[in-house]
Design a protein around this ligand. Structure first.
Ligand SMILES: Nc1ncnc2c1ncn2[C@@H]1O[C@H](COP(=O)(O)OP(=O)(O)OP(=O)(O)O)[C@@H](O)[C@H]1O
Ligand SMILES: [Mg+2]
Length: 263
């Protein structure tokens, strides 16, 4: 189990198959009851910030593992069998917040992160567009346009040739100061996704440069069904000269790592 700030992820083996489930962390008591009801004679291992809280609600004996250890182990498992597996990479986990790790053959360590992450996506969407539900955000955002909210480099260099790509964002939300027009909720949602995506990519690309790495593996529930965030992150990573890998089921890395570490 990976008891995160927003979602609890659970990985288990049933009839030889890996099963993956997720639940909102606010329902911790219900989840604990579900776990105790479903898994009686099993070994349990938990990771994540809410490990202690969850453990206290469970009747069974529970092992604990450090979050970053579990996440890296799970990611290496999910990367197995992938063509051109990027053994050495930057690992960016866009959870409630964003955590960045360096993974090499011999070691892995957390180098930092940013408070801009999935929680920012939920919070700013609620504040600006009055849309608080994740599924509504990802459904509505693609109908929006960032044009009147974000300021592009080409708009600053109006009438001349910019020294960098004019299509780059010069200032997230910076256009609102110049060009106040009628905006719809989806426009704000699109720009919030742009802000989150470009911020996590920038921080990740700088980490990659600093450590001489070219591949960035992105995980975290913020990418679930979120085509717009996936595209912003993938395109911007490529534009900055790195290789993005958006790992399928990456949001379950911590839970899978916890499962694999059961003794
Ligand atoms: N069903 C959902 N409900 C709420 N948020 C969701 C949902 N699906 C995806 N998300 C997004 O995923 C984010 C949480 O990602 P993730 O589950 O990786 O984080 P976490 O493990 O709970 O947090 P952290 O690792 O920072 O403690 C949310 O902030 C939101 O943007
Ligand atoms: Mg997490």
């Amino acid at each position: 189990m990976d008891a995160g700030g927003t979602l609890i992820k659970i990985a288990y083996i049933k009839d030889g198959q890996l099963e993956l489930r997720k639940f909102p962390s606010v329902k911790l008591t219900d989840i604990a009851a579900w776990i105790s009801g479903h898994f009686t004679e099993v070994e349990l291992c938990v990771t994540g910030g809410k490990s202690d809280l969850l453990q206290k609600l469970l009747d069974q004996k529970v092992q604990q593992i450090v979050e970053f250890e579990a996440t890296c182990r799970g990611v290496l498992h999910l990367l197995q069998g992938k063509e051109q597996m990027p053994e050495e990479h930057v690992l960016t986990n866009v959870g409630t917040g964003t955590s960045i790790h360096i993974v090499t053959k011999d070691e892995h360590f957390r180098i930092g992160g940013t408070g801009v992450g999935g929680g920012t996506l939920l919070g700013l969407s609620r504040l600006l567009a009055e849309v608080g539900d994740y599924d509504d955000i990802i459904r509505l955002a693609p109908q929006g346009s960032r044009e009147h909210i974000d300021l592009k480099v080409s708009q600053i260099y109006e009438g001349s040739v910019p020294p960098i790509s004019g299509d780059l964002t010069a200032s997230n939300f910076g256009n609102l100061a110049h060009d106040p027009v009628n905006l719809n909720p989806p426009d704000y949602l699109a720009s919030v996704i742009g802000l989150v995506g470009e911020t996590v990519t920038t921080v990740s690309v700088h980490a990659a440069m600093q450590h001489g790495l070219s591949t960035i593996v992105y995980i975290g529930s913020s990418f679930i069904g979120n085509e717009m965030l996936r595209k912003v992150v993938a395109d911007y990573t490529i534009l900055r000269g790195a290789v993005p890998v958006l790992l399928d089921n990456g949001e379950y890395s911590g839970a899978i790592g916890a499962l694999l570490s059961i003794e």
